[in-house]
Design a protein around this ligand. Structure first.
Ligand SMILES: Cc1ncc(COP(=O)(O)O)c(C=O)c1O
Length: 423
């Protein structure tokens, strides 16, 4: 039986080796009470205080230097994005040259599909999950239409079995095997956004490659949340945003990943722009594209500096934490505490649809109210008490105690309030 006292939660906080990091983030101001509990890192991560300094630094540089900010200064704009590749690669188990910071997530999915969705009459199907995030659904459907195929026939989906919430590993792998040579692309998330389920990425990549399909991963909910070995798993491409667990601000610069085996390959077509041209000769302006032999070949435009600066600030906080290992260790401790508190305080009035095993979940836990309880009203009452979580139609409240800034006391406050709302 768990000790449900606030003192016990505080004791757990006092033993948390990452506790000091919380002060490095701006915690939103409470509206109704003394303290706001922020459990929405899966949606918009909190602002690292260092982000403000870095953005101001760029505004000052612009004011002070004008165009000279591109080259003749500290942290110049021309190579600005380059400092992201190495720390970002560490977080996801990639090589720095496989990573480039650019655009938004959905844009990157389309650009990468220009290279890795190359349908033919015989092989043109795309596999996604039935409850894919709307953008992934629209990306796949619009790519099919762009190439002249009917999504009604060529979009293949895999769904949880009736009466269940999570995708069954066997079902995913068997669907891939069954589509066989008709399958051109598997496009799946690392973590399912609604349930928080971690998908078996390595096995999905291997299964896709076995039938000759390319495999792309949407890592919006996985990057900065769970440990990955992207390079070893070998997806052809991946993309993720930086505003969720990567705490880089609304609409911040996203990431594209291309596996090393596809770099410098003249047989892979690409949509190109001048910023993808190798930097040594970019300004020769001779209109002959020179491949930089990195994922930067996919970068079309010069970097959006003001929305890239926070990414650099946030990656600094991940470095300070010691990388994904210590962050995952805390996530497991805080997740176990959350589970125990829910078991003790709300019991079967709430169903956890996120898988229980640490290998199949990240920081997010999705909760469904049972027995005719109106989930939307529960959510509204939590919000009115300054507990920020989110409501996803039709019936799920999502919470994500994230390791960089959440505390055991946050989880205590959430679970005790939920219990009193439900009683
Ligand atoms: C899984 C997933 N894919 C794609 C997107 C779309 O991201 P963006 O609007 O940055 O393109 C989101 C946004 O939350 C998401 O959660």
């Amino acid at each position: 039986m768990i000790d449900t006292s606030v003192e016990y939660a505080q004791q757990l906080d006092s033993r948390d080796p990452l506790a000091a990091l919380r002060d490095r983030f701006a915690i939103p101001r409470p509206r109704q009470s003394d303290e706001l509990t922020y459990l929405v890192g899966h949606s918009l991560g909190l602002q690292p205080k260092a982000a403000r300094d870095l953005v101001i630094e760029e505004l000052d540089k612009w004011a002070d230097l004008g165009v000279a900010g591109h080259f003749r200064t500290d942290r110049p704009w021309a190579p600005y994005h380059e400092s992201i590749a190495e720390p970002m690669a560490k977080l996801v188990g990639a090589l720095p040259r496989e990573i480039v910071a650019m655009n938004g997530l959905t844009v990157n999915l389309h650009l990468l599909m220009a290279s890795f969705y190359r349908p033919t009459a015989e092989r043109h199907e795309i596999l996604i999950e039935d409850h894919a995030f709307p953008s992934d659904h629209y990306v796949a459907e619009s790519q099919l239409r762009l190439h002249g195929y009917d999504p009604g026939k060529a979009l293949i989906t895999v769904a949880p079995r009736p009466g269940t919430d999570n995708l069954d590993r066997e079902d995913i792998l068997e669907t891939i095997a069954a589509r066989g040579e008709r399958l051109a692309l598997v496009l799946l998330p690392g973590i399912q956004y609604y349930t928080g389920q971690v998908l078996p990425m390595a096995e999905i990549v291997a299964a896709g490659h076995r039938v000759g399909a390319n495999v792309g991963l949407d890592l919006a909910h996985a990057a900065g949340n769970i440990e990955m070995s992207l390079h070893d798993w070998g997806p052809d491409f991946a993309a993720w945003c930086t505003y969720k667990y990567l705490n880089s601000g609304p609409g911040s610069t996203a990431i594209a990943y291309v596996h090393e085996r596809h770099l410098s390959n003249p047989d892979i077509p690409r949509l190109e722009g001048w910023w993808g041209h190798d930097k040594a000769s970019r300004f020769d302006m001779d209109n002959r594209f020179v491949d930089p032999n990195t994922a930067e070949a996919w970068q079309m435009s010069n970097s959006a500096i003001l929305s890239t600066a926070p990414v650099i600030a946030s990656l600094g906080e991940f470095e300070r934490a010691g990388g994904m290992g210590p962050l995952r260790a805390k996530a497991e401790r805080i997740g176990t505490y959350l589970d125990s508190m829910l078991d003790e305080l709300v019991g079967d009035r709430v169903e956890r649809i996120t898988p229980g095993s640490p290998a199949e979940r990240g920081s997010q836990v999705s909760l469904r109210m049972r027995g005719g309880i109106d989930g939307q009203s529960v959510f509204d009452q939590l919000l009115a008490a300054d507990i920020q979580c989110d409501w996803r139609f039709p019936d799920v409240i999502r919470v994500a105690p994230t390791s960089l800034y959440n505390t055991f006391s946050d989880v205590h406050r959430f679970t005790t309030l939920l219990s009193s709302i439900l009683s």
